[in-house]
Design a protein around this ligand. Structure first.
Ligand SMILES: Nc1ncnc2c1ncn2[C@@H]1O[C@H](COP(=O)(O)OP(=O)(O)OP(=O)(O)O)[C@@H](O)[C@H]1O
Ligand SMILES: [Mg+2]
Length: 228
């Protein structure tokens, strides 16, 4: 369902080229759970931005559900994102003046989902992530783990086929991190494709496949035998 063919991404910094990704070839099938690892600066976020249609490659082909999206303009990319991709970030990125419920409801407002259906969906996803009794709390009234659960509910509410998570447990302690990973595994069990960036081998151990980047290239791509 995801295929990167000879993808390069060259940033230009003070008119110097920075080769962040070099001829990346990668296939990820529907329902896979992949961890992307690699040292700082190896190109992980650059790759996630391209996979998530937040950025376009300099060259190469990106097939997302059999459609070439590398030439899509901003509006077309936004529409692909809204329909197919859920994002989870290290710093949760919740709106601080809005309750958990309103944060989860927001993507449904943008998607034009009718009022009643919106309420039902936001509530059901908050219950799914274990926050049925915290819906009216503001982000500041929630723990880090609870905030990340809200952001996961928000990522899921438009029924994406893919969830992209860049260091989703980076701001959490190890116990809370394990809880969030258990939740992410449950999403994988429901058939959602998960692609997750992490520095943490413990977090990567939940994935079924680990892709390692180095200097913008794929260093290794291995099945995680302990999870099969
Ligand atoms: N907007 C930009 N302009 C110029 N260079 C950039 C830009 N964004 C990233 N880079 C460079 O591209 C390379 C890859 O960066 P990227 O953010 O993908 O790394 P990363 O693997 O996500 O690192 P980290 O683990 O620190 O988040 C780095 O050398 C970085 O300095
Ligand atoms: Mg990064």
């Amino acid at each position: 369902m995801i295929e990167l063919k000879d993808i390069t991404r060259i940033y230009s910094l003070n008119s110097q080229p920075v080769h962040a990704l070099k001829n990346i070839n990668l296939k990820i099938h529907k329902g896979e759970f992949v961890a992307i690892m690699g040292t700082s600066g190896s190109g992980k976020s650059t790759m996630m931005n391209i996979l998530g249609c937040l950025d376009r490659p300099t060259s190469g082909v990106y097939l997302l559900n059999e459609i070439e999206v590398q030439h899509f303009d901003e509006d077309e990319l936004a529409s692909v994102r809204n329909r197919q991709i859920g994002f989870v970030f290290q710093q949760f990125n919740l709106l601080s003046r809005m309750s958990a419920f309103d944060n989860v409801m927001l993507p449904l407002v943008y998607a034009g989902v009718p009022h009643e259906a919106r309420i039902e969906k936001a509530e059901s996803y908050l219950r799914l992530v274990g926050l049925g009794d915290r819906m009216r709390h503001l982000p500041t009234q929630l723990s880090g783990g609870e905030q990340q659960r809200v952001s996961i509910a928000r990522a899921l509410v438009n029924d994406p086929t893919i969830v992209l998570a860049d260091e989703p447990t980076g701001a959490l302690d190890s116990h809370t991190s394990a809880e969030i990973m258990t939740l992410i595994c449950e999403l994988h069990d429901r058939g959602i494709t998960i692609i997750l960036v992490t520095h943490d081998p413990e977090v990567a151990s939940y994935a079924r496949r680990v892709v390692r980047l180095k200097d913008g290239e794929i260093l290794s791509d291995e099945k995680n035998s302990s999870r099969l």
